[in-house]
Design a protein around this ligand. Structure first.
Ligand SMILES: N[C@@H](CCC(=O)N[C@@H](CS)C(=O)NCC(=O)O)C(=O)O
Length: 279
């Protein structure tokens, strides 16, 4: 019997890096979505899209790009979530989280967006090859999460030179991937990272920046989440970037990060393991 559209599973599109894809998955925005899907305990299957194929796979959905390159051209990204039950195809991690909240208000661990203050602001003046997408202006408690998402994205993105050379590319396409990253940034692959004293300085800046986030985590010192034992989408946003940090930083730097600010990020990362399962 053919599967009826209402019982077909949702499909979550994530980026495949070095095989086996599940083990090396470390793209922050898809991770926010995986955490949110598992938080909601909504059944889904994952489709792994090789990095070089993101544009063509997403382009076929005929949904607007969720980012733009600095020259204004569309930048096609993942995650995408396709829900056959409603026919919706959602192509931005924040919009996916709000979609899941609307569709499944009380499923799984409950409300992704409980009201809370999320006053973390990161000011920066770095030119990126593709500016960070700002979530659509939302109302109510979700507005604070949208602003938080933008600021957390900015805080980690400013320190991506520490991570970019650690991306676990598929060896079969690594040269192509590096060439594409260089083309976008307008500089050779070697110039995208930092080493020596410059790296030490950027690491100190990273630690200091995360200090601003750690301050929020101290509000409820019982942890491991911002609201103590109750996780919210804000934790999943930070957690997505911790996944990227874990997957790309040299081992000793990841170990150091986990210990910064009294171990708050190490504890958060470990606690999010309950929402990290893959199909
Ligand atoms: N605003 C988007 C941003 C998505 C995004 O930047 N995705 C990155 C991975 S974290 C991507 O697809 N990169 C593909 C590429 O660089 O070619 C969202 O939150 O979903």
């Amino acid at each position: 019997m053919p599967t009826s559209p209402t019982t077909a599973l949702m499909t979550f599109y994530d980026i495949a890096l070095a095989p086996p894809a599940p083990e090396t998955s470390c793209s922050p925005n898809p991770w926010k979505t995986r955490y949110a899907l598992n938080f909601k305990n909504t059944p889904y299957k994952t489709t792994w899209v090789p990095l070089h194929a993101v544009s063509s796979v997403r382009g076929a959905f005929n949904i607007p790009a969720s980012r733009k390159f600095a020259d204004g051209s569309p930048y096609h990204t993942l995650p995408v979530l396709s829900d056959p039950a409603t026919g919706r195809i959602v192509g931005d991690s924040f919009e996916i989280a709000t979609y899941l909240q609307e569709q499944y208000p009380s499923s799984g661990a409950g409300d992704l967006f409980p009201a809370q203050e999320l006053d973390f602001v990161f000011e920066w003046d770095l030119a990126l090859f593709a500016p960070i997408a700002e979530a659509e202006a939302a109302e109510g408690p979700i507005a604070a999460y949208a602003k938080f998402n933008t600021n957390v994205d900015a805080a980690f993105s400013a320190h991506v030179p520490l991570m970019v050379h650690g991306l676990p590319f598929d060896p079969a396409t690594a040269e192509e991937n590096k060439a594409e990253f260089s083309r976008r940034a307008g500089m050779p692959w070697e110039g995208l990272t930092v080493s020596g004293e410059e790296r030490e300085k950027l690491l100190r800046s990273f630690e200091e920046t995360l200090g601003g986030l750690a301050r929020l985590y101290r509000r409820d010192a019982s942890g491991p989440f911002l609201m103590g034992s109750r996780a919210s989408y804000a934790d999943l946003i930070v957690g997505g970037w911790l996944r990227m940090s874990r997957g790309t930083l040299p081992g000793e730097e990841w170990e150091a990060l986990k210990g910064w600010h009294n171990g708050v990020f190490g504890r958060l990362h470990e606690a999010l393991e309950v929402f990290a399962q893959m199909d």
